[in-house]
Design a protein. Structure first.
Length: 149
């Protein structure tokens, strides 16, 4: 599985983000394209330590058992649950969110392992910087496929 510490993965994801248009339609789920990009930026804020979320009780119990879903080669399933912090329900500006997401991807990549959060994932618990980088790539890939790019 690719990860966001790899320059080729960042280039691929950025190219796919640039293919999105304000009229790009989702293939599943509820978010519009600008909301999806805001959602992905918010997850990168957590992975980079700009936002710290508390551990979830259910995650403390189940997280260690399902942690591989975050980093294995199997794509995320459609319509999975979303942490309430990452639900974007308001209208968003497409151009702003597209630029913000590209910035967040680049910042995560350039920060590397040293700038990756040391805080545990709110559901999966303690994970390595490499696992964060893989999980964030996998998450972006999931949502970019959601919008056909």
């Amino acid at each position: 599985m690719q990860n966001l510490f790899q320059p080729e993965a960042v280039a691929e994801v950025t190219e796919r983000i640039e293919k999105l248009q304000p009229t790009t339609q989702r293939q599943w789920g509820k978010m519009e394209v600008a909301q999806m990009m805001a959602h992905c930026s918010a997850t990168l804020d957590v992975a980079s330590g700009r936002v710290v979320l508390p551990r979830m009780l259910l995650g403390r119990i189940l997280g260690p058992f399902v942690r591989p879903v975050f980093t294995n080669d199997k794509p995320f399933s459609r319509n999975g649950p979303t942490h309430k912090h990452f639900v974007i329900a308001d209208k968003r500006d497409f151009a702003k969110e597209q630029e913000q997401l590209k910035i967040r991807v680049r910042q995560f990549h350039e920060g590397g392992e040293a700038q990756c959060t040391k805080h545990p994932h709110s559901f999966f618990g303690p994970i390595t910087s490499q696992e964060w980088a893989t999980g964030m790539y996998k998450h972006l890939d999931h949502h970019l496929r959601q919008f056909g790019v």
